[in-house]
Ligand binder design. Structure first.
Ligand SMILES: *[C@@H]1O[C@H](CO)[C@@H](O)[C@H](O)[C@H]1NC(C)=O
Ligand SMILES: *[C@@H]1O[C@H](CO)[C@@H](O)[C@H](O)[C@H]1NC(C)=O
Ligand SMILES: *[C@@H]1O[C@H](CO)[C@@H](O)[C@H](O)[C@H]1NC(C)=O
Ligand SMILES: *[C@@H]1O[C@H](CO)[C@@H](O)[C@H](O)[C@H]1NC(C)=O
Ligand SMILES: *[C@@H]1O[C@H](CO)[C@@H](O)[C@H](O)[C@H]1NC(C)=O
Length: 295
């Protein structure tokens, strides 16, 4: 009887122990650091307070004055909605460049858009596209690739009437799109008009251009109307953990600031390097405690 009771007790203890290990969430932020800004989870190397982020570039400013707190990258105007450690990506809400005209062809507002971010941020070439919307629209983007100036790429959309616009298809009539080369940073989006939208003004007073996540922008005829200028669209940035574009081999030689902690390994990112937990381990490979687990 006593034996049977103690066996039950041991089983209970064992099951209690196993539930605590399986429910223990892997450390995400550094200890004593806030890890939420509204719906956004902010894992290390990102952080919102002094001592909570690895370097200035990983600082997230959380604006709690809005009903739903909003996270900004560094102190800029880029809103962050998702942080992925595994892929080395950030989902951001990016601004839209616009070029609007009055009926007589005067230019009341022209807002080119600059996405000026230092390394380790580059625009993901595989997950984004460059889009332009308008019927008197020449749109292009310029940027830097490493230290070299990338002079530009873009697309043109010219149409004389709504009948010639392809509704729901960004194929060159009313909307055009193009690919983005790998490794772009400090991007500028530029819009030019051929005839100041004069003959098409009734249905299309403005041109718009932006870099957006592929599949997150569906063109429709309604997009040719004037948009509210706080209009933003999701885009994907790639990031790396190193200060420069060093790959794993080079970073591992500089042991003192190598970022991959216990039970993790180095993987080459699209630019620079990233860390991942070793197979059988989980958690945050950048956290001072490293990855946890192992059987
Ligand atoms: C990119 O922009 C950042 C932030 O404005 C700046 O510090 C950096 O020098 C720029 N890089 C190039 C190559 O222009
Ligand atoms: C364009 O397509 C949308 C559906 O995506 C529809 O609501 C709209 O009426 C269409 N506009 C025209 C002019 O056909
Ligand atoms: C367009 O507007 C600009 C600036 O207002 C003006 O200099 C130019 O002559 C206009 N071009 C046409 C084709 O109307
Ligand atoms: C765009 O259209 C696709 C297919 O119709 C749909 O699955 C997707 O949700 C739409 N995206 C947006 C942002 O409206
Ligand atoms: C990482 O990239 C460097 C340079 O491109 C290459 O020499 C190295 O083999 C790559 N390492 C891994 C682990 O893929």
């Amino acid at each position: 009887m006593a034996l049977r009771l103690s066996l039950v007790a041991v089983l209970l203890l064992l099951s209690a122990a196993s539930t605590t290990t399986t429910t223990a969430a892997p450390a995400q932020a550094k200890s004593d650091c806030t890890d939420k800004c509204g719906d956004l989870t902010v894992p290390y190397p990102f952080g919102m307070e002094k001592g909570c982020y690895l370097r200035e570039e990983f600082y997230i400013y959380c604006d709690r004055t809005t009903p739903l707190p909003t996270a900004y990258l560094m102190k800029g105007n880029v809103i962050v909605t998702d942080i992925s450690l595994d892929d080395g990506e950030l989902r951001i809400l990016n601004m839209v460049a616009e070029d609007c005209y009055e009926a007589q062809g005067n230019l009341p507002s022209n807002s080119p858009y600059w996405l000026t971010l230092p390394l380790p941020y580059t625009i993901s070439d595989s997950k984004n596209k460059f889009y332009a919307v308008g019927c008197d629209t020449v749109a292009y983007f310029q940027a830097f690739r490493g230290e070299d100036k990338f002079s530009g790429s873009g697309c043109i959309s010219i149409c004389n009437s709504l009948d010639s616009v392809d509704n729901n298809s960004c194929s060159g009539a009313g909307c055009c799109q193009t690919n983005i080369p790998r490794g772009l940073k400090n991007t500028t989006v530029v819009l030019i008009s051929v005839a100041n939208h004069t003959h098409i003004w009734e249905f299309n007073p403005c041109s718009y251009a932006f870099i957006a996540e592929q599949g997150k922008f569906n063109f429709s005829v309604a997009g040719l109307k004037k948009q509210d200028n706080s209009y933003r669209l999701p885009a994907i940035l790639s990031w790396a953990i190193g200060k420069d574009t060093d790959s794993c081999d080079e970073a591992q030689k500089n042991k003192e600031d190598f970022a991959c902690k216990a039970n993790s390994m180095c993987v080459n990112g699209s630019v620079g390097y990233l860390c991942r937990c070793l197979p059988g381990y989980e958690g945050n490979p950048y956290h001072p405690d490293g990855c946890q687990g192992g059987l």
